[in-house]
Write a protein that binds this ligand. Structure first.
Ligand code: 13P
Ligand code: SF4
Length: 345
């Protein structure tokens, strides 16, 4: 099935346009008066009660942040939780676009993040002005954007998807409707194959998932012949072709829980192992390896969040996420469309 990608020139590195500068962070002032290590967990819990806050954490966060959270989930589950919470404050342990999504869904609540610099290579490499210019080449196309993008890009989209519902969203669109898909080319290519739809792809990628090497995966499979390979659809096509199961983080977790096998090679961010080990203490988990360099399979953005920064965010209610009302309304419409299609039987 034909798939088109735009020229790589739109993909030149650009300055971070989605997150404002924060002089108080640069000066280090906000990190004064942090409680000692043995008290910080209790202090976070005290602030959570006082602020009537809910702590949400993505599966890619460090285990201790997952453990202190009220709810741990994937992007779709966290959006749902954010939409239904009755808390006054949402402390979002994840990356910026996730907290921004929570703010779009809850304009009257305070949404704070431990570190406002916790971005995402997909969102950061799809700046709104370049995206608008790119879209102008595809009039009449339905714009489907992966939730890993800025509020401004969401506002230019017809419908949002996550890795958990991307196939359902694309398959729900009328068969004669041309579609552009942004910003993850690997997820887009996988969705195109699953649904049989032709998608025009923005050439973005996740720096963590694109690192996994098919060649090294073949070697690992030979060393562990019993192991089943589980991969996130943000991985390259050659890695997905070697996988026994492909799915969102929550789908990978469910698969591990219900599988009769007890040895798995995991091609996604290693934070997920915290929940996998908990749900299957009998099983062995091996992380897939990158082409070269760091072997940790950790997202450097997610790892900017720490216990100390979560404490400071709850204490100061900063850094707080803001979304301009005109952007918010249009982004909200695209998110609502996702929720509506996603809830269909
Ligand atoms: P999901 O939470 O949709 O599985 O996405 C993974 C991811 O990379 C989030 O940044
Ligand atoms: Fe973005 Fe990849 Fe990190 Fe997820 S793992 S937040 S897609 S850089």
């Amino acid at each position: 099935m034909p798939m088109t990608t735009p020229a790589e020139s739109v993909f030149a590195p650009l300055p971070n346009a989605t997150r404002a500068a924060r002089p108080e962070f640069e000066s280090g002032q906000r990190f004064a008066d942090i409680p000692p290590a043995h008290e910080i967990e209790a202090e976070i819990s005290r602030l959570r009660r006082e602020r009537n806050a809910v702590i949400l954490a993505h599966y890619y966060q460090d285990g201790e942040l997952q453990d202190i959270a009220d709810f741990v989930g994937d992007s779709l589950e966290l959006s749902r939780k954010a939409a239904e919470t009755r808390a006054d404050v949402i402390a979002f342990c994840g990356v910026h676009f996730m907290a921004e999504t929570a703010k779009i869904l809850n304009p009257d609540k305070t949404v704070v993040v431990p570190d406002v610099d916790a971005g995402c290579s997909l969102a950061d490499r799809c700046p709104a002005p370049a995206f608008a210019e790119w879209l102008s080449q595809y009039p009449g196309h339905t714009v489907v954007s992966y939730i890993n993008c800025s509020a401004a890009v969401k506002a230019m989209s017809d419908v949002i998807c996550t890795s958990a519902n991307a196939c359902k969203i694309v398959a729900s669109l009328p068969a004669d409707r041309p579609i552009v898909f942004a910003p993850d080319r690997h997820l887009g290519r996988w969705v195109a194959r699953q649904t049989g739809r032709e998608l025009v792809l923005w050439p973005g990628f996740c720096i963590v998932h694109e690192q996994f090497s098919a060649r090294r995966l073949v070697k690992l499979k030979t060393e562990h012949p019993r192991a089943k390979v589980l991969a996130h659809p943000e991985c390259e096509e050659a890695v997905l072709a070697l996988a026994d199961f492909v799915g969102s983080t929550s789908a990978l977790l469910r698969h591990v829980e219900s599988s009769e096998h007890d040895c798995f090679i995991i091609a996604t961010e290693a934070g997920i192992l915290h929940q996998m080990r908990r749900r299957r203490p009998d099983a062995t988990f091996i992380t897939a390896q990158p082409h070269s360099g760091c072997d940790c399979a950790l997202c450097p953005y997610m790892r900017l969040n720490t216990f100390e920064k979560l404490f400071v965010a709850l204490r100061d209610l900063q850094p707080a996420i803001a979304v301009a009302p005109n952007v918010r309304e249009r982004a909200r419409a695209a998110l609502d469309r996702m929720m509506e299609i996603s809830a269909r039987p």
